[in-house]
Design a protein. Structure first.
Length: 132
């Protein structure tokens, strides 16, 4: 955080705790989206609001930080697929950050494995998307 302004440098949208998400610019054309907790039907509203913010910025690449999630249901996964499809239309992609086996299993069981890139760590996602 910048001590002078109290804002994150490069912030595309202020951290919206009351809305349940954060969107931060992490590189040219790339935004980091963070939604705390599991990727379930309760998180879908926050995901949609965050993706709405993403759509208003000139970004084709989104990294979804789901390191806190221990579970993903099909409602949230389909929201991710919709956003990934929108980004693909712009020549970009959504990358999910998760190393949790249950989330990988949910993707596989729902037939969505391989629909979008998954990175085990935020550093690896940043390296691949921003610096790759």
């Amino acid at each position: 955080m910048s001590s002078a302004t109290g804002e994150w440098p490069g912030t595309a949208h202020k951290h919206a705790e009351q809305e349940g998400y954060a969107v931060v610019r992490v590189g040219p054309g790339c935004l980091l989206v963070a939604v705390p907790g599991d990727l379930d039907d309760e998180a879908v509203g926050a995901l949609r609001r965050a993706f709405g913010v993403v759509a208003t910025h000139d970004a084709s690449w989104v990294i979804l930080d789901a390191r806190d999630a221990r579970f993903a249901d099909k409602t949230a996964l389909y929201a991710l697929v919709r956003e990934h499809t929108r980004l693909r239309g712009r020549g970009g992609s959504l990358t999910l950050v998760s190393s949790v086996p249950a989330i990988h299993d949910s993707l596989r069981l729902s037939g969505l494995a391989g629909c979008f890139p998954i990175s085990p760590t935020l550093d690896a996602a940043l390296d691949a998307v921003v610096f790759g």
